[in-house]
Write a protein of this length. Sequence first.
Length: 388
Amino acid sequence: MSPLRWPAGEKMKAMRDSSKMLAAVLYGKEDLRLEMVPVPVPGHGEIVVRVAAALTCGTDLKVYRRGYHAKMLQPPIPFGHELAGTVASVGPGVTRFEPGDRVVALNSAPCDECFFCTHGQQNLCEDLIFNNGAYAEYLLIPERIVAKNTLRIPEHVAFEHAALTEPLACVVRGLEETAAVAGDTMIVLGAGPIGLMFMHVAELAGIDVIAVVKREDQVASARLFGARQVVRVSDERDIVSAARALTPDGRGADSVIEAVATPMTWGWAVDMVRKGGTVNFFGGPPSGTRVALDTNRLHYGDITLKASFHHTPAACRTAFELVTSGRFKAVETITGRATLSQVPELFKKMLTRSRHLPKLEIKTAVFPGPGTFADLAEHEPAFAGAAR
Ligand SMILES: [Zn+2]
Ligand SMILES: [Zn+2]
């Protein structure tokens, strides 16, 4: 590595106190700050991961906008939860991992002992441990996540792609809950990151996908991610009829995935499904939201309503396999790259992105290097070719 390429980074490294690291901390509503905090030290059964790539996520944006999350502690809170990196240090008792291992550490792990865990619903575990703080140079991984939800990344898989395991696991679990099978017709409402992942995973499962999207730029993305037909929402159109008209004999879709999270689209989902079909309300509107659904359709149409949340260790492994096997379009999913120091600015921009968007943004990979893009190539080989 030529010192001429990045003298500033080298100098910064030399001057820095190695017991401190840069981290993004959420202080409240739209208040995200960069801070120097202590580098974590692993206790029994724990590991510390040097974050190589952390991905932006719709949930993070929601938390940023609202300033809190029901499942997280009150601010100030370390921020970010989709990551991959290398093991920097291991605590006493850790035998499965050693420094230098490339890993994905999921953002939670269930207890496997409570009522829900022993009834096949680990996603609803009463003692689900959550881990946050991926937008940082290092992250401490709790013992239970090390034991149950940390996966070793094959050499050929880039960190930024491996980090997709978490959101994809939620989608895999959601699809399993929807009980759709090959040959089914599925309508996916919404073409945000989760909607697009749903389309793609459904397509991989042999399901015929119809996408309902809002913006023009989302039409091409929906097709890229596996939708065979796309309906664009516009004021002058009856969107329910337009979508139903694309289903076999116009009878409605076998299943509908709601991935927008508005009362209106929750209603559409019920109106677009066929008799005997399943609706999965995957997008969660703010707490306290009420919706009006056609009870006649629900009852006489014998419609099943689901609302999948989060993931299970098994779903995480399925998702991980989708990425590492190359079946999932990971390259197309990462549409932006940023350094850790750009994270506060990035979230500010994401708040308004739907209004002035030059191109479709799905996920941005954050690289916690010393701050120059040239440096990123060092720990993210896949980035070397993509630097811009
Ligand atoms: Zn996420
Ligand atoms: Zn449990």
